[in-house]
Design a protein around this ligand. Structure first.
Ligand code: OOG
Ligand code: MG
Length: 257
């Protein structure tokens, strides 16, 4: 899009994340459309690569109705994950490093042999080496966690941090596993992997297709987050968070106080 300052917008969003300071939404004011928002997202990634980070995967967003309803945007979106966003399972995050962090339960895939661009995933067990329960920590850089579709795309789909639990071989079915999000031992959200596009395996097809439109090809060894199965909950100082996915086990993190 002519006239949109892609690197300038990426700089604003990157600085907002670095300083944990909310900024106003900017798509309406700058005339940002969705395609240009993905270019901003690419510039944000470049900013992280320049700081020494590595691209390690891709995340899907708004693949469940619960998430779409929570944020008022109803399109599937995707974002980029770097090594600096990964928190070890059971690790500690500092909530003060974020603006208004939220956590959500996810299913992660470890990518293996992917189809050629434009081809559907034929055999899921060939494309995916392992699956794991995961927690995504999202943190919109926009005030009040409110945004339009191009705003959230430009903001790398609110990606901030993620935890991957133990990897398991791909089970026979992934389409109706119970999902819980627990905070301090209490159930905060309940759902099913069926909430993720009917079957989280479908999220991989969508990721390949949607990222491919922007020239991004998924790679062997990448982590892939299929999207949250439930709405996200605020991460409070001192909280202990667990995501439990039936058959796959748990992923956890702790927020420092
Ligand atoms: C956008 C990111 C959505 C998911 O799993 O649906 C997402 C947001 O909710 O801020 O990561
Ligand atoms: Mg998510």
């Amino acid at each position: 899009m002519i006239g949109v300052d892609i690197t300038g917008i990426a700089e604003k969003l990157g600085a907002a994340a670095d300083t944990a300071t909310a900024i106003p939404q900017l798509a309406a004011e700058t005339g940002l459309d969705v395609d240009t928002a993905y270019a901003v997202q690419a510039a944000l990634l470049q900013r992280r690569l320049n700081a020494g980070e590595r691209l390690v995967g891709l995340k899907m967003g708004l693949t469940s109705r619960a998430k779409m309803a929570q944020v008022g945007v109803d399109e599937v979106i995707w974002g980029r994950l770097t090594n600096a966003m990964r928190v070890p399972d059971g690790g500690v995050v500092d909530p003060a490093a974020y603006i208004h962090p939220r956590v959500e339960p996810e299913v992660a895939f470890l990518l293996d042999r992917l189809p050629e661009p434009g081809e559907p995933v034929g055999d899921f067990a060939t494309a995916v080496r392992a699956v794991a329960p995961a927690i995504e920590l999202i943190d919109s850089r926009y005030a009040d966690f409110r945004f339009s579709l191009p705003d959230v795309v430009a903001d790398n789909t609110s990606a901030a941090a993620f935890v991957i639990g133990p990897w398991s071989p791909v089970p026979a079915g992934l389409d109706n596993l119970g999902v819980l999000l627990e905070v301090d031992g209490r159930v905060a959200q309940v759902g099913s992997t069926a909430a993720i596009l009917g079957d989280p395996r479908r999220a991989l097809d969508e990721g390949i297709r949607l990222a491919g439109r922007h020239g991004v090809r998924l790679e062997s060894g990448w982590v892939f987050l299929a999207g949250a199965a439930t709405a996200a909950v605020p991460l409070r100082p001192g909280a202990h968070v667990r995501a439990v996915v039936e058959k796959l086990g748990t992923a956890s993190l702790r927020a420092s106080s």
